[in-house]
Design a protein around this ligand. Structure first.
Ligand code: ADP
Ligand code: ADP
Length: 226
């Protein structure tokens, strides 16, 4: 469970202002989708929430705690990127387990969480495979699994389907919809420029334009015909 509040979040690179004061409240367990044209600041906003970018001013709170100066690893956040960058020499199981091994988690706990994530993502029968023996969509599911096992309070997705071909994109979108159902308490924020993804996944859609919020609403509210 995690609620996020963004207050006047600004981000600049030198004189170039990317985010112009974002105000947003996200409730626990909500699935939020950021949409908007390329270059409007979706990815910058997501990376700022993750702590991969330092914001220039404003406040970022997770469960009431100001996290501006909290490092990414301590924010309770996991992120899935466009390219999945699995370790090619490790099996699916070991790819998912790696982060927890590094963190010194107990073997039984690692095993329990990897198997649970594999179950959710229908990867159980692929645990012994190497990434090269899997399709792009399956690999992206492994990348999602690697994020799940960290037990994040907040799950961030940066255009996770954009490198997949059309058929895999649909199949993987359905997996993400199931993931949302199976982790109802986990707050999820998802960046895309695909309207179908936004409509089918979002509880609420945030439309960004030129570094500010243009509209916020449910898919019904935003896409209903007059
Ligand atoms: P989106 O995800 O909506 O496509 P981004 O957040 O990636 O947009 O980028 C928003 C704007 O910020 C773009 O105009 C981009 O060129 C600019 N930008 C991103 N990163 C940097 C950087 N490190 N230095 C300068 N400008 C950047
Ligand atoms: P390590 O590479 O960490 O030494 P092991 O191969 O010794 O791991 O396995 C340790 C535990 O991890 C096993 O008890 C098993 O439950 C689990 N495990 C490892 N690989 C798999 C797999 N492919 N599928 C299911 N469980 C696995």
């Amino acid at each position: 469970m995690a609620e996020l509040t963004l207050r006047q979040v600004k981000k600049s690179y030198g004189n170039i202002h990317i985010l112009h004061g974002i105000d947003l409240d996200i409730t626990s367990g909500e699935f939020i989708v950021f949409v908007g044209p390329s270059g409007c600041g979706k990815s910058t906003l997501l990376r700022s929430i993750a702590g991969l970018e330092e914001i220039t001013s404003g406040d970022l709170n997770i469960d009431g705690e100001r996290v501006n100066d909290v490092p990414p690893s301590k924010r309770g956040i996991a992120m899935v990127f466009q390219s999945y960058a699995l370790y090619p020499h490790m099996t699916v199981y070991d790819n998912m387990a790696f982060g927890m091994k590094i963190a010194g988690e107990k073997k039984e706990e690692i095993d329990r969480r990897v198997k649970q994530a594999a179950e959710i993502l229908q990867l159980t029968k692929y645990l012994d495979r190497l990434p090269k023996a899997m399709s792009g969509g399956q690999r992206q599911r492994v990348a999602i699994g690697r994020a799940i096992v960290r037990n994040p309070k907040v799950f961030l997705f940066d255009e996770p389907l954009s490198n997949l071909d059309a058929a895999l994109r649909v199949a993987t979108r359905i997996e993400i919809a199931k993931l949302k159902e199976s982790m109802p308490n986990t707050t999820m924020i998802y960046v895309t420029h695909d309207q179908v993804e936004a409509m089918t996944l979002a509880d609420r859609i945030v439309v960004l334009k030129d570094g500010h919020i243009e509209q916020v609403g449910t898919p019904m509210e935003l896409y209903k015909r007059p």
